[in-house]
Design a protein around this ligand. Structure first.
Ligand code: AMP
Length: 632
């Protein structure tokens, strides 16, 4: 039996041999010649010359042995729908979708933007793109038209796929309407839009010649068989946008072969799911967790995946546990925020269901606080596995790897570096490695393992400058997270080093929210900071300076302006970026060189000491923040 440390040591010390073995977990149409080409650091090319296809690995290769096994269980508590697809049925749907895309002129290397609620067709669309070698860009449905337009212009998709509407808490949420608006705003709009009409928005507008009905196209391509496009391992499989410190989101670009290998491998070694077993990941396909562990990971592994549209507490707080019991889920993957929501409910909802098949609950996306981890562990009696990663990496960086060795977990810690990742903690100033229990920046010594981002879409320079410039004395990929490591090697993630905040497990750039607020013509300046929140981890709070003081001179004026600011954010960025509170001040605290003192503002908002203020330009500005927070 291999130990974790031996496994990890080999993954880094005998890298090529290690990954050559792991690469056997997927099918290759043409074998690779070299495991890694690292001749142009920090760009890593895995499995050089190998040709494969993610859709083939996720579907076709299973047809002979598990064609009649359930591949996908789709459950919507919003529409009351439940449908299951065997691998064979999924193959048929994906072939139809692939044929539709091809008929619209999308092929290898073309971009397809998917802006969809949690419907099975969204998964068909993703797999269909993979099949024909088109690069998908899935945009989370919570993003507004202006954000969508930015992503359209960056990726320049040939085709967009959308739905009339999603449903949340029983209410339809328009999608197509936002797509129309985003196309109006975009410089490089797609020629065609395929619409999965769920019959939820009777007022949906159809643009003749551009908009196409999915159901009609599906009938036309009912018996289509579209061969898989064999992709060189490094060819992009998808783009997924994520926030950073600038207002412009980055397109995280992922390869084909490395990603497929990382997922196949992690399904066994981290998530402990065997082919034929069921995994239930509660994320959304718009996030990286959804890409990796709702769609691709479970299918590549020959497992059954559950796709769920709905809230964790509707129709009642037992819904997820009912799903676990009914579908014999072995591994669940969710977020700390979701568990904090469930923790507030009566455990009778959980106890009413037979959870004997459930063995693991993986939680990621934000810090997992000890009380939440303890509650989940005590009430479920299964392994609670905190795992830490990023959109950029595509799979965990830190986690217990229980498929390798049953190591004990410590509450509050995502355990150890995952195999393939050479993790270091560096001192912010000296760049030297810190000692036990000392705080450092969590970095990965490149080459980054298979599955990680290969570049920023269309901008190699930005990739290098963003991630590899913090420690110029030595190549190091910065995660922009602080962490410590205890004497036993357990890591503890402490939070971001940059101005990125984490709301309910979703990353948001404060700059992005500030730009959205500033779209309001009455706002002169604004600072947005993340403030600790018991449920969501953090919430954005805005401190704004208005152009005309008269607009906020009365309580009614303040209330009106607040609402307008929030509505503006909803429109520009989406409700996920909406500030929890908007305060008005006449001046923002800045350094003498004009840099916003966000950390001091944040400290005050959390009731902490604002720290070193020797460089502040106008101390009265902080006093205003204090007064605004006190509601005076
Ligand atoms: P995203 O790319 O949106 O998934 O956000 C990634 C960021 O979320 C990381 O850089 C961390 O700041 C945070 N994060 C993710 N997982 C964890 C975890 N298990 N513990 C603490 N922070 C986490």
């Amino acid at each position: 039996m291999t130990t974790y440390s031996e496994f990890h040591r080999r993954s880094v010390g005998e890298r090529d041999a290690f990954w050559r073995d792991e690469a056997k977990l997927i099918d290759w149409e043409t074998p690779f010649s070299d495991v890694l080409d690292y001749s142009r650091p920090p760009f890593a090319k895995w499995f050089v010359g190998g040709r494969t296809n993610i859709c083939h690995n996720a579907i076709d290769r299973h047809l002979a042995s598990r064609g009649e096994q359930t591949a996908l269980i789709y459950i919507s508590t919003e529409t009351g729908q439940q449908r299951s697809y065997t691998y064979r049925e999924l193959a048929a749907e994906v072939n139809r979708f692939a044929a539709m895309l091809k008929a619209q002129g999308a092929g290898r290397g073309d971009r397809v933007l998917i802006y969809m609620p949690m419907v099975a067709e969204a998964m068909f669309a993703m797999l269909a793109c993979a099949r024909i070698g088109a690069i998908h860009s899935v945009v989370f449905g919570g993003f507004a038209a202006a954000s969508l337009a930015t992503r359209i212009d960056d990726a320049r998709p040939k085709v967009m796929v959308t739905s009339d509407a999603g449903m949340r808490g029983g209410k339809p949420v328009p999608y197509k309407h936002l797509v129309d608006e985003s196309i109006r705003l975009a410089q490089y709009p797609p020629a065609k839009v395929i619409i999965v009409n769920r019959g939820l928005d009777a007022a949906m507008n159809i643009v003749a010649g551009r908009d196409l009905d999915y159901a009609t196209l599906r009938t036309q391509h009912m018996d289509a068989l579209v061969p898989c496009e064999w992709m060189e391992s490094s060819e992009p499989s998808y783009i997924l946008y994520t926030s950073g410190t600038t207002g412009k989101p980055k397109g995280v670009q992922r390869d084909t072969g490395g990603y497929a290998v990382a997922l196949a491998s992690s399904m066994r070694r981290i998530f402990c799911v065997e082919p034929g077993e069921t995994m239930f990941t509660t994320s959304d396909i718009g996030w990286v967790v959804g890409h990796s562990y709702i769609v691709y990971g479970p299918l590549i592994n020959g497992s059954t995946t559950i796709m769920y549209e709905g809230l964790p507490i509707r129709p009642d707080p037992g819904i997820w546990w009912k799903i676990v019991a009914e579908h014999k889920v072995k591994t669940m993957f969710s977020s700390p925020t979701a568990i904090r929501v469930l923790k507030k409910q009566d455990t009778a909802y959980m106890k009413a269901h037979d959870l004997s098949t459930l063995k693991y609950v993986f939680l990621a996306g934000e810090p997992l606080d000890e009380p939440t981890a303890r509650w989940a562990s005590d009430s479920l009696g299964v392994a609670i596995v905190d795992n830490y990663w990023q959109t950029e990496t595509g799979w965990p960086i830190l986690s217990a790897q229980l498929g390798v060795q049953e190591t004990p977990r410590k509450f509050g810690s995502p355990s150890f570096p995952v195999y393939g990742y050479d993790v270091r903690l560096l001192h912010e100033g000296t760049g030297k490695e810190v000692g036990a229990n000392e705080k450092g920046v969590l970095v990965i010594k490149p080459p980054m393992p298979p599955g990680c981002m290969t570049t920023v879409w269309g901008d190699d320079d930005r990739f290098v400058k963003t991630y590899f410039s913090d420690f110029p004395q030595d190549w190091a990929y910065s995660t922009f997270d602080w962490a410590t490591r205890d004497a036993e090697g357990y890591y503890f993630v402490l939070g971001r080093t940059d101005d990125v905040i984490n709301v309910a497990g979703h990353r948001l750039g404060t700059r992005e929210i500030e730009e959205a607020v500033q779209a309001h013509a009455g706002i002169a300046e604004v600072a947005v900071v993340g403030v600790a929140d018991a449920l969501k981890g953090q919430i954005p709070v805005a401190f704004a300076v208005v152009k005309d003081a008269a607009t906020v001179a009365t309580p009614e004026g303040v209330a009106k302006m607040r609402k307008e600011v929030m509505d503006t954010v909803d429109r520009q960025l989406g409700a996920i970026g909406r500030p929890g509170a908007v305060h008005f001040v006449t001046v923002l605290p800045k350094t003498r060189s004009g840099k916003l003192l966000r950390r001091s503002i944040q400290a005050l908002a959390e009731g902490r000491d604002p720290g070193d203020l020797t460089t502040i330009e106008d101390p009265a500005a902080l006093e205003q923040i204090r007064i605004a927070l006190a509601g005076k």
